[in-house]
Design a protein around this ligand. Structure first.
Ligand code: SF4
Length: 62
């Protein structure tokens, strides 16, 4: 799984960071960025973050 955040859609709510702080962090603009691609074990957390993102800003690339 390769994940990315659509900066146009992200509103910086921080939900994904709360769910998966290993993967997501808020940048200086208050937008979520991917700091590390998830390992196999981390994929379920990322899926949860995707489901709970209010603007559907988190996308799977492949
Ligand atoms: Fe942005 Fe969605 Fe993460 Fe909220 S949950 S910070 S809107 S990517």
């Amino acid at each position: 799984m390769k994940v990315k955040v659509n900066k146009e859609k992200c509103i910086g709510c921080g939900s994904c960071v709360a769910i998966a702080p290993e993967i997501f962090e808020l940048n200086e603009e208050g937008k979520s960025v991917v700091k590390k691609q998830p390992s196999k074990e981390e994929e379920s957390k990322v899926k949860e973050a995707i489901e709970l993102c209010p603007t559907k800003a988190i996308e799977i690339e492949e």
